[in-house]
Write a protein that binds this ligand. Structure first.
Ligand SMILES: Nc1nc2c(ncn2[C@@H]2O[C@H](COP(=O)(O)OP(=O)(O)OP(=O)(O)O)[C@@H](O)[C@H]2O)c(=O)[nH]1
Ligand SMILES: [Mg+2]
Length: 369
């Protein structure tokens, strides 16, 4: 049984839970819209909030759905997951359901799932989304960042896939983002089940890292053609910028994992201080070395990172730049009217004829010859 469970909230969350289910994770989903959730056929446990039909990108509808149904929702989550150590709540930050429900839901689950750490897989929208989505994303991420005792927050950045594949459809971007985030988490979990003569990365190490509060990334670097320790360090650092997660921006990793898989001769090129020079040495590092014949790969897990302010500014700045235009647009909704330029033309329309009543004698005399 895997020790991590995935709870999807909203459409994107359900899609991630779907992939997790195919990998053998315990999964469940919550949605305000039955039609969205029904397509995630691999997810066995589903809760649809009664009386709702989607949140229409309105976070306050998602929030209300939790407010009005929190007992049933908590009960559903408690019953859906057995013997897990970490529950990851997956959702997009820029819709209405997942974005509006998840911060309060996570806060409630932290008090109602004894012995289970709760973390998040939060999707950050790509560059093509509009103002309403951007507002949702910033509000949601600000709320998530304020939750006490929350474990790892994985910020899945749809823009990372968009950058690499500008011509891809939305659907392709979403699907490969979903797949890659679950593969990254799954890879680390799989490693904890392997044995090594040289140093194991075990489940306790993984949970130590993943229960760290703050932003977490997992990335893998192929170091096949590295010749020196600095080649290796720069390949690993590159992987922090090119992963599926928001690129690492600043120093301040609190806990980290470093897993080497590959031939023994390449392992000696790993120099921990050189690798962590760019982000500062963490307080604790958990290492695993697995000698295999496969291509040499270094997987790093960085936990306790700050929320990525440069990435968030990129989301916010188009709002800031268009502030007046956007405010005018919204004001217009309440004030706009239309004035006809041809008011006189209304008198052309057919209307009842007016008839002045006359006396019979006057009629009789009018026709008299
Ligand atoms: N990575 C990824 N992103 C997705 C996926 N589906 C939607 N998104 C992102 O999520 C946003 C839309 O959010 P949804 O998850 O559809 O919204 P919701 O939580 O269902 O909320 P409402 O539809 O407003 O009720 C899009 O703008 C994308 O940024 C997905 O499967 N994967
Ligand atoms: Mg939806």
């Amino acid at each position: 049984m895997k020790s991590i469970g995935v709870l999807g909230v909203g459409q994107a969350g359900g899609n991630i839970a779907q992939i997790a289910a195919t990998m053998g994770y315990q999964t469940a989903l919550i949605n305000t819209n039955q039609r969205d959730g029904i397509v995630n056929t691999k997810v066995e446990r589903k809760f649809f909030i009664p009386g709702y039909n989607g949140a229409g990108q309105n976070r306050s509808i998602g929030l209300k759905a939790v407010n009005d149904n929190y007992r049933e929702i908590i009960d559903f989550v408690q019953k859906s997951f057995k013997n897990i150590k970490l529950l990851l709540v997956a959702f997009s930050t820029d819709g209405g359901t997942g974005s509006g429900m998840s911060p309060l839901l996570i806060d409630l689950l932290l008090d109602n799932l004894p012995g289970v750490n709760v973390g998040a897989i939060a999707i950050v929208p790509d560059r093509n989304v509009l103002a309403g989505n951007r507002i949702n994303a910033t509000e949601c991420i600000a709320e998530i960042s304020r939750i006490d005792s929350l474990s790892s927050v994985f910020l899945v950045d749809n823009d990372q896939m968009r950058k690499l594949n500008p011509q891809s459809s939305k659907h392709q971007i979403y699907l490969s983002s979903n797949q890659q985030v679950m593969e990254a988490i799954n890879h680390v979990l799989q490693v904890t089940r392997k044995s090594s003569f040289y140093g194991n990365f075990d489940e306790t190490d993984m949970m130590n890292i993943l229960s760290t509060r703050g932003v977490t990334i997992i990335s893998s670097a192929a170091i096949t053609d590295a010749k020196t320790t600095s080649d290796v360090a720069s390949k690993v650092q590159q992987s922090w910028l090119n992963s599926i997660f928001c690129p690492v921006e600043s120093t301040g990793v609190i806990r980290a994992g470093l897993i080497y898989e590959g031939p023994e001769k390449m392992a000696k090129l790993i120099n921990v201080p050189a690798i962590f020079e760019a982000v500062g040495e963490p307080v604790e590092l958990f290492e695993g070395t697995y000698i295999t014949d496969s291509d040499p790969t270094i997987t790093t897990i960085l936990a306790g990172l700050s929320f990525p302010s440069r990435r968030m500014i990129a989301i916010e700045e188009t709002l800031e730049k268009n502030k007046d235009r956007l405010q005018n647009l919204v004001n217009k909704e309440f004030t706009q009217t239309y004035e006809s330029k041809i008011p006189w033309a209304s008198s052309l329309k057919a209307r009842p004829q007016e008839r002045k009543p006359g006396s019979i004698t006057s009629k009789l005399s009018k026709y008299q010859k």
